[in-house]
Write a protein that binds this ligand. Sequence first.
Ligand SMILES: [Zn+2]
Length: 240
Amino acid sequence: MSIINYQFSIMFKSLLSNFLHLIYPHNCEGCGTDTLNKDSFLCAKCLYELPETGFIGVAENPLEKKFYGRIRFEQAGSGYYFNKHGLLQHLIAELKYKNNKEMGFYLGKLLGYQLLATNRFDEVEALVPLPLNIKREHKRGYNQAQLICEGIVSVWKKPIINDAITRIIYTETQTNKNLSNRWENVEHAFALTDDTKLKGKHVALVDDVITTGASIEACGTELLKVEGLRLSVLSVGFTS
Ligand SMILES: [Zn+2]
């Protein structure tokens, strides 16, 4: 390529990028700056400030303590603290209520990098996204836990098993229910549909945010009916 062509090509690329930016603005979900990687939803500063739990690689962490005495599990871990009005809450809302599917993949990928950095979950053989009930999945068009799993396995290579367990009862939104009501609400909400893929496997059940852990407990209890299954638990967000 001649030098003139080269300069023209650089100029054209830069014009094209400015033009695309005008029609498809790409700004940080945290602070609004447009100085960020095109594959990222957060600029370097906001990503750094996203409150990492730092406990995914640690045994007896707060998520594990949440499940003590409730369910038999191998390891449990969450990537980030989920605080009311915090940045993660905003990102999760984008995923669940604003039809932003790429956000699920992005958050899953961030969790995947944390899993790569610890060896605590190395024995996990497959990921199981927490099933959404069919009615809500149809309304939303996707299961956010499935998207998170896809993001995780893009960096932490494991298969996803999403056709072995289903949610059978349409539960009301859980936001305003206390722990015991939530448990009654989800206790019989899950059913195995095909246990052959799960037999003898160590699987990690994955959800977006774990608050009371009632859904994980109910779904995990159903999964543990499978012969030889070992259960671990993973989530992007954690709240106490
Ligand atoms: Zn930012």
